[in-house]
Design a protein around this ligand. Sequence first.
Ligand SMILES: Cc1cc2nc3c(=O)[nH]c(=O)nc-3n(C[C@H](O)[C@H](O)[C@H](O)COP(=O)(O)OP(=O)(O)OC[C@H]3O[C@@H](n4cnc5c(N)ncnc54)[C@H](O)[C@@H]3O)c2cc1C
Length: 216
Amino acid sequence: MGGTISKVEGDQYIVTMIGYLNTISVKDTIKKEDGFLELAKTLPKLDIYHELLNATPLNKPSIYQVPQIKWKRIDKVKAFPNGLLLMRATICRIDPVFGQGMSIAVLEALALQKILQEQKGSLQQTITVFHKKVAKIIAPIWKMVITEDFRYPDITGKKPIELKIQQWYAKQIYLLSIEKRDVYDHFIKVMNLVEPISFLMKPRILGSVLRRIFVK
Ligand SMILES: Cc1cc2nc3c(=O)[nH]c(=O)nc-3n(C[C@H](O)[C@H](O)[C@H](O)COP(=O)(O)OP(=O)(O)OC[C@H]3O[C@@H](n4cnc5c(N)ncnc54)[C@H](O)[C@@H]3O)c2cc1C
C-alpha cells in the first residue's frame, strides 16, 4: 500500500491511495462514510492520514482498477496493416502508479513530429520507423516499471534476468533519496522521464550507493 498528495491548481490537492493485487476494498473505501480516511490510516506511515484529518473533501473518492499492464510489440510485427499508425495506450499501458503515461505520450508525439519533418520514404516506411522509435522510448521505462511491479511475488509476467540487481539498486536509490537531496533530485528526474536511467549510474551516485553499503 502507498499514497501520494499532489498539489494542483486553485490551492487544491489530489490524494491517491495505491494498492496492488486487490489490497484495497472497493466496497469499504467508497461506501463507508470515512472509508478513504480509514484507508489512509492503514498506510505504513501516518503523514497522509494526519493531513487528511484537517482537509475538506471536495468530492467522493473514486476507484480505478488496472487489471494488468501491457506492452504490445507492434514494432516486431512484420505484416502490419498498411496506413495504420498506433501510439500511446494502444501500444503500451503502463503502471499508472508512477505517473509516466502523459510524459510517454509527449515523447511519442515529439518523436512523430521529428520523423514526419524528416521523412524521406513512403508513408508505410514512416509508420514503421515511428513504431520502432516508440519501442525505444518505452523499453527503458517499461524496465523501470516492472522492476518495481515484480517486487510483489504474485505478479506474473516475463522477468528479465537482471531483475534482482535492478531491484537491489533501485532500493538503494530510494533509501538514499530520503537522506540525500542530490540523489533525490536525480531520482525524480529519472522517474519523470527528464533524464535517462543511466543518470542514476553516474559515478557520484554510484559512489553514494557504495558508501551507504560499505561505510555505514
Ligand atoms: C488511474 C490512473 C492514473 C494515472 N495517472 C497519471 C499521472 O499522474 N501522470 C501521467 O502522466 N499519466 C497518468 N496516467 C496515464 C495516462 O492517463 C495515460 O497514459 C494516457 O491517458 C494515455 O493517453 P491515450 O491518449 O493513449 O489514451 P486515453 O487517455 O485513454 O484516450 C483514449 C480516448 O479514446 C476514446 N476511445 C476509446 N475507444 C474509442 C472508440 N472506439 N471511438 C472513439 N473514441 C474512443 C476514449 O474514450 C478516450 O477518451 C494514469 C492512468 C490511470 C489509469
